[in-house]
Every structure is written in structure tokens, then in C-alpha cells.
Design a protein around this ligand. Structure first.
Ligand code: GLU
Length: 470
């Protein structure tokens, strides 16, 4: 059997982190088993459909490096087929037309409430005798005949056997009065027609599964294998929401997380392989299975995400990182010259070992690419008081005497100035010097950065700073 999974997001306009995890799990499972992952847009609610909303999901998948097989299927475009199935079920006696008016339904709802029943529809049209002629002017809905008694079981790869009594299922609507399918019908017909063998989705859909299985059985179709993933919670145990921070994939991209880190993190968010935290793509493709999906809800842990991202930053190719950082600078209206790029690359090994995110890396490295004039952060400005300027001037006056403008020589120079003027305390030389050259109170190794900037640029910056704080 070829494994066929599916990724059926609703076009919400962004890709939720939970949707991304579902996509990843479906993708891994399909790829691991040499199968296919199909991509369907659940756009039956046309008011929500837009090309941009579809594009947002496509961009999210592309960014995460997840691909799919075949064309993107529009659920809406298949509504004739959904209706056809509903009518077929009526013909075979598995479903029926119901002509209840809104008032009748309201009355039933009230009665059920009074009696404390879980469902309300009283099935009055289910086995309507011929004497019950349809009222004029009412377009009927199609309802399916749900089983009346017995235990209903969903066999789930994550949750095990989940049971409900048939009494808890009503004869739910599969085709609305206007002829449009309900979500319940559309999903089942599409999954069946697309040959889906494995349905891996959030457990907010588990209750729907009992209803969907009624349709599968009525059509005599094979029920797919189900795996319902537990919710993603925020660090405090409440459902992950904006309150906890970013909830969409785009936001994580913009905060400077690498796609491979996000994949690793999302994989671990609900699935485990012993105590392994770092699981790269290759390992994931060898190890991923449905059996080790965790039963309990997963809590989003920002520290862990940072840890995983820092790991992948260290492994990332320097050229790629330079490109990504330069993209971030574009958003900050900073254009980077070839010289700026070369400086970034020259210091990338150090930069990437310090950063947890690309944004931090970009912040850290900005002084390497900007020119004069530049801003001084408050703490840096404070360093350029009389004492600080005194030291910076000494450094300036002795720079030209250096044989090589190298990190080693610069270090020796700064140490000797510290010995002569600051009781050997190197920090007291470096702090004001750093402030003058970078505009910041902290930076990657200053002497290495000075070497990369070169004597001319360093001298210019020092003059600029001294003038500014004169
Ligand atoms: N469109 C549904 C959603 O975005 C998914 C339905 C399913 O997986 O069956 O939640």
C-alpha cells in the first residue's frame, strides 16, 4: 500500500504554528514511507478564500522546505462531487431529505435542552411515512442516518481506541438547503477520492471523526488510519495564543529562526525519540513514526527553541547566513556593499556562535556594515566621557605606529595602554574604544572587528566619535 497523507489547511491568511506541525508530520510520514503528501485548500467557505491566503500557506510550506505531490486541490471546486455523494446516499437509503423549518428546529433544541439530551434533532424525517408530504416552498437539507445504538469506536494511533455511544451522534446535515456540502461531507469525499490512507491532524478534529466515519461506512469506503495530535499549549499550559507571543510561521521567520531549526523544534513538539533534542532532517526521515507521537499536549518552550536555533546557526553555511542577514538589513533600510559583505563573512564564525537568532546576529554585526554617521546607544555614549575620550585619543595616536593592523597587534597595543593608564585593566580601554568604533556597549571581539574594518575606517570612526562627544 502506498502511504498517502494530506495537508488540508483552511486559508486563514497565515500559517499557524500548529498547522505547520501538522504539515511536517504528514510530510515526514509520507516521505519516510515512500508515499505522497497531497495538498488541499479547504476553501468551501468562500468568504475566506483569497489568492493571498493560499499564497501565505504555500510560502510557509516553501520556507519550511516541505513539498507536496500533485496540484493543490481546491475543495470548493469539488462541490458538485460532494453533492453527488449526498444524493447517492439518499438513493441508497443511507441519508434523507429533511424539511424542518427553523422554528421547528428551535423547538427541538429547546426540548432537548429541557431533557438534557446531548443532541437535539428528533429525526422526524428519517423514516417519514408517505403520508408526511414535504411542505411547499422549503428546500430540504440532506441528513445522514447515524447509527441509533451501540458503541462507536475511533481507532487512533495516538489516542488508542476512543469510544462514544451512538446516542451522542445526531443525524447531522451533509448537504445544506442551498445544495452546498458541509465540511463533514466534503472532507470525507475528498479524502476518499484522493486516496488518502493516513489522516494526521490536530485532536480538535477527533470529535468530527466519529461523524466522518458514519459517512465512510454509509458509502462502504475504507476508513483511513487516524492519528490525532495533541494541542500545542503556551508555556503556562493555556492554549497557545497571541498572548504567549508569535503563533504564525511567518513571525518566527521574521524573528530570525532558521527553517531547519523550526522543523526540528516542531518535530519535538509532540513527538519524541528518547531524550534527543537535536534531530536533523535525515534522522527525522529515518525515525519518524506515529507510535511515538506524545499523548499529552505539548508546551511551547521559547528557551528550547532558542537553543535549537543556536545549534543550527552554528552549523549553517556562512554565505547563506550573510545573505539572510543582508535581507534583514534591507528591511532596516541598510544597504550592504561588497566590502560590508566581506566583513560579515570574515567575522561570521564568531558572529554565528554568539547568536540565538538571525535578528540577534544582524544586531551584533550591524556595526560592521554601516558607515558614518551612525547612532550611539545610551550606554555607549556614557563611555565617551572625559576619561573615555582620553583613552580613545591615546589609541588613535598610536594606531599609525602599528606594523600590522592585525587583531594580535591591536590586542598588544590595548594591553600596553591599559598597563600605562588603567592599572592593567583592559576593560577600561576596550569599553570606550568599543563605544567609539561600534556605537555600542557590547560587541563581538573588538580587536578582530577592528582588523576587519581596517585602519582607515577605524580612524575615521574614532574621529567621528570624538567630534560628536567633544
Ligand atoms: N481544514 C481543517 C483545518 O484547517 C483540517 C481538516 C482536517 O484535517 O480534516 O483545521
Amino acid at each position: 500500500m502506498t502511504v498517502i497523507t494530506r495537508f488540508p489547511p483552511s486559508p486563514t491568511g497565515f500559517m499557524h504554528i500548529g498547522t505547520a506541525r501538522t504539515g511536517l508530520f504528514n510530510w515526514l510520514y509520507a516521505r519516510r514511507h515512500g508515499g505522497k503528501m497531497l495538498f488541499r485548500i479547504e476553501d468551501t467557505d468562500r468568504s475566506r478564500h483569497s489568492e493571498e491566503a493560499v499564497q501565505a500557506i504555500v510560502n510557509g510550506l516553501n520556507w519550511l522546505g516541505l513539498d507536496w505531490d500533485g496540484d493543490i486541490v481546491s475543495q470548493f471546486s469539488r462541490s458538485d462531487r460532494h453533492a453527488e455523494v449526498a444524493h447517492e446516499l439518499v438513493k441508497t437509503g443511507k441519508a434523507y431529505y429533511c424539511y424542518c423549518t427553523p422554528e421547528e428546529l428551535e423547538q427541538m433544541r429547546e426540548n432537548a435542552k429541557k431533557e438534557g439530551r446531548p443532541t437535539f434533532y428528533d429525526r422526524r424525517w428519517r423514516d417519514a411515512p408517505p403520508s408526511m408530504t414535504p411542505p411547499e416552498g422549503i428546500n430540504p437539507v440532506v441528513r445522514i442516518k447515524a447509527p441509533l445504538t451501540g458503541e462507536r469506536i475511533v481507532q487512533d494511533k495516538v489516542q488508542g481506541d476512543v469510544k462514544v455511544n451512538a446516542e451522542q451522534l445526531d443525524d447531522f446535515i451533509i448537504l445544506r438547503a442551498d445544495g452546498t456540502p458541509t465540511y463533514m461531507l466534503a472532507v470525507v469525499v475528498d479524502d476518499h477520492d484522493m486516496g488518502v490512507t493516513h489522516v494526521i491532524r490536530g485532536d480538535d478534529h477527533l470529535n468530527n471523526t466519529f461523524r466522518q466515519n458514519v459517512i465512510y461506512e454509509a458509502m462502504g469506503w475504507d476508513i483511513p488510519t487516524y492519528a490525532h495530535l495533541p494541542l500545542i499549549l503556551g508555556p503556562d499550559g493555556a492554549k497557545l495564543s497571541k498572548r504567549h507571543g508569535a503563533t504564525s510561521v511567518e513571525e518566527y521567520r521574521d524573528m530570525g529562526y532558521l527553517p531547519e531549526a523550526m522543523r526540528n523544534y516542531l518535530l519535538r513538539l509532540g513527538w519524541s525519540h528518547g531524550d534527543d533534542e537535536i534531530i536533523d532532517q535525515e534522522q527525522a526521515l529515518q525515525w519518524f513514526d506515529l507510535e511515538n507521537i506524545n499523548q499529552g499536549a505539548a508546551r511551547f518552550d521559547f528557551d528550547k527553541l532558542n537553543y535549537v536555533n543556536a545549534h543550527y546557526l552554528k552549523l549553517a553555511d556562512n554565505d547563506r547566513l550573510a545573505d539572510l542577514v543582508i535581507d534583514l538589513y534591507k528591511l532596516r533600510d541598510i544597504s550592504v556593499s561588497d566590502i560590508g559583505r566581506a566583513r560579515l563573512l570574515a567575522r561570521m564564525d564568531e558572529l554565528k556562535s554568539r547568536a540565538k537568532t538571525l535578528v540577534q546576529l544582524a544586531d551584533d554585526a550591524e556595526f560592521l556594515v554601516h558607515g558614518i554617521p551612525f547612532e550611539f546607544e545610551e550606554k555607549a555614549a556614557a563611555q565617551l566621557n572625559e576619561d573615555g575620550k582620553f583613552i580613545v585619543k591615546i589609541v588613535r595616536d598610536r594606531l599609525s605606529a602599528l606594523e600590522n593592523f592585525s587583531a594580535d597587534e591591536l590586542e598588544i597595543l590595548c594591553k600596553s595602554i591599559a598597563n600605562d593608564h588603567r592599572d592593567g585593566k583592559l576593560g577600561k580601554v576596550m569599553m570606550p574604544l568599543r563605544a567609539a568604533i561600534t556605537g555600542k556597549a557590547s560587541s563581538p571581539s573588538l580587536v578582530h572587528a577592528m582588523e576587519v574594518l581596517g585602519q582607515e575606517e577605524v580612524s575615521k570612526r574614532i574621529e567621528y566619535a570624538l567630534e560628536k562627544f567633544a
